[in-house]
Ligand binder design. Structure first.
Ligand code: PG9
Length: 627
């Protein structure tokens, strides 16, 4: 399959992630209707409704709002389908094109800024919350056979639309499940802590063009083929040859409205601050089941932040978080053997979630079936490979660990070492550290790297690698992680990539089924990683250059984990300053806007990391203060 088609396949595996295994069941048990529901400003949103043929009882609605085309190709193949458990349970299933997409009226606006307060109803101001309110109000009044209750769910961008139903929620809305939701767009998907994810560039075909008229046709193909028509087998080489980001503008993305918004807003200004749903998640009335994947490369901060925000803003809310051993949206797919990249976690974990957690949640709140026995936090330990339940997250009863860097690559747990030790490497933007151990072509978004082998990186001179002795006892890290780095540099800007890695024993057996011949002995499995663009160390709104040679604090928050490093394993930390092409290259010479930097701005820089740095891992590291 040509790489660009493979790219399209990846793209639509995003949106069709939960297409029903057998839509014949749908055709036998549901009637399909299409509506254009009027919003308060006159726009009409295209909405597909499947009503159970059995009219002997009333049913709640289960709604999915999407930018990925509510009406798929063919009668019953709609995108974003709920699990077959929910389809067979019997709900009125609703799929809606959000404003400005496919068959709906209006203009598409990425992460529609929320207009706070109920008074918008008078002023006719619209956003995703008001569109959801108007849609629900029309549905309960006009669609026969409903029991007056509504649930909303969605994965990824539809996860954001689910979360956006919560502010000023309609009284009929009883249960909301934001899954891998985007929350604060500057920190999810395209950016991580100010660094641009260059590997996401093909995704602009999806979000950077307006449709010409209402259409069921998928028009992304035209954009994608226009942008990336030639085969790309090695994205590392492709983007390295591409040079600075300004060449992406000149050669590929120049007419893309969202790309131009991104390059015109390199800092966390009001353009991005308005695209953050978190401040509006207050006074939450519906029950909320937030779902995420510990290896989700696209939206990992979203579910964690949404859960924590609701915990803080509405303490008595019925608010649950589920984090499983999944990549982006994997819980909607069941492959039998639950794996992420090369790592096997157990059998049928997605089905367990769909049946025992998701179905139970909606049945309880929308049909009064069963009892609400869900814990506050249903979390999968990715080291022990088992589910754990907590009455709060981050848990207070699992002690944090402090990790210190020592000479000769020593990593010490809870025992400070010589603060005066200095570690250094030369960061060269012309020879960046690859983000993956395999060669990868263009992707809609890279995903496998989140649990990938790090041996290719630990051998590099521009990667600092610290490793504990073989563990005599297991070490569990549960909660937030903060890397408090003390650094200096010869340049005036730098990125810092921090990785937490589980090193397997030398005699770890290979997987029984091992077509790629992956050697599991001494495997260095990535558990958590994050990048921080150093210019934003004091403020994401007001970046600052570094003073060459001056020891400076750079605090890098890594997203939460629940991972037990088993006896016989080792804990490893890696630190480096390029990670390509997952993220764009920092010129390492401060320029106002890296999206407009010239190739002459890129310089080598000697980076120093001091022994006074420490990584605090587990418990509450103050992350929720950040939003
Ligand atoms: N949140 C995912 C995404 C958004 C934008 C670009 C790339 C990925 C998603 O909706 O799949």
């Amino acid at each position: 399959m040509r790489p660009v088609y493979l790219l399209l396949f990846c793209l639509f595996s995003v949106a069709a992630m939960a297409a029903p295994k057998d839509s014949s069941y749908m055709q036998l048990h549901y009637d399909k209707f299409e509506y254009r529901i009027p919003m308060r400003d006159g726009a009409k949103l295209f909405t597909i409704v499947y009503v159970p043929k059995d009219h002997s009882k009333q049913y709640p609605f289960l709604m999915n709002r999407t930018c990925y085309n509510a009406s798929g190709y063919g009668n019953f193949e709609t995108h974003g389908h709920p699990s077959d458990y929910l389809v067979r349970e019997g709900y009125i299933l609703v799929f809606q094109d959000v404003r400005g997409r496919y068959m709906s009226d209006g203009v598409f606006n990425n992460m529609t800024p929320n207009i706070p307060g109920n008074d918008r109803k008078k002023k006719n101001d619209v956003d995703e919350s008001s569109d959801t309110w108007d849609s629900i109000d029309w549905m309960v009044k006009n669609i026969k056979g409903n029991n007056g209750r509504v649930g909303i769910y969605g994965i990824s961008y539809p996860g954001f639309y689910s979360a956006a139903s919560l502010p000023d929620a309609h009284p009929a809305l009883r249960a909301v499940s934001p899954q891998a939701p985007i929350s604060d767009f500057f920190f999810d998907d395209f950016h991580h802590n100010g660094a641009y994810l260059e590997s996401y560039s093909p995704a602009f075909a999806v979000f950077g063009y307006q449709k010409k008229d209402t259409t069921r046709k998928d028009w992304f193909n035209e954009q994608m083929m226009r942008m990336y028509s030639k085969p790309v087998k090695d994205a590392y080489e492709f983007y390295l040859q591409m040079g600075p980001l300004k060449n992406l503008t000149e050669k590929i993305h120049g007419d893309n409205f969202f790309w131009n918004q991104i390059i015109d807003h390199p800092n966390y200004d009001t353009f991005w601050q308005k695209r953050n749903i978190l401040p509006h998640l207050t006074n939450i009335k519906p029950a909320v089941l937030t779902v995420g994947g510990w290896f989700d490369a696209e939206d990992l901060s979203g579910p964690l932040k949404i859960y924590k925000k609701i915990e803080g803003s509405t303490p008595d809310a019925k608010n649950t978080i589920v984090m499983g051993p999944w990549g982006h949206g994997d819980w909607a797919r069941e492959s039998g053997k639950s794996t992420h990249n090369h790592i096997y976690f157990g059998d049928s974990i997605s089905s367990f979630f769909q049946k025992n957690i998701e179905l139970a949640f909606f049945n309880f709140y929308l049909k009064d079936i069963g009892t609400n026995t869900l814990p506050e936090a249903y979390m999968f330990d990715t080291g022990l490979k088992q589910w754990d339940k907590f009455n709060k997250w981050p848990p207070a009863d699992v002690p944090a660990v402090q990790l210190y860097f020592g000479e000769h690559g020593e990593l010490s747990i809870n025992k400070p070492l010589n603060e005066k030790t200095v570690f250094e490497y030369v960061s060269d933007p012309d020879k960046p550290v690859p983000y993956t151990s395999q060669t990868e072509g263009l992707t809609f978004t890279p995903r496998n790297f989140m649990s990938d082998d790090q041996r290719n990186a630990s051998h590099r001179p521009d990667v600092l690698t610290f490793e504990t002795e073989v563990l005599a006892d297991p070490v569990t890290i549960a909660g937030e992680i903060m890397a408090r780095l003390k650094v200096a540099m010869s340049g005036t800007d730098a990125d810092f990539v921090v990785k937490l890695i589980d090193v397997y024993p030398d005699n770890e057996p290979n997987a029984p089924h091992n077509p790629k011949n992956i050697v599991m002995g001494s495997y260095q499995q990535l558990v958590r990683s994050e990048v921080f663009r150093g210019r934003f160390r004091n403020s994401f709104e007001k970046p600052e250059p570094f003073v060459p040679g001056q020891v400076t604090d750079v605090n890098v928050q890594l997203q939460d984990v629940l991972h037990t490093f088993k006896k016989g394993h080792r804990v490893m930390i890696q630190i480096h300053s390029t990670w390509f092409p997952y993220i764009d290259r920092n010129p390492q010479k401060y320029v106002d806007n890296i999206y407009k930097a010239d190739s002459t701005d890129f310089i080598k820089s000697t980076i120093k990391v001091y022994g006074s740095s420490v990584i605090s891992a587990g418990g509450d590291q103050g992350a929720k203060k950040a939003f």
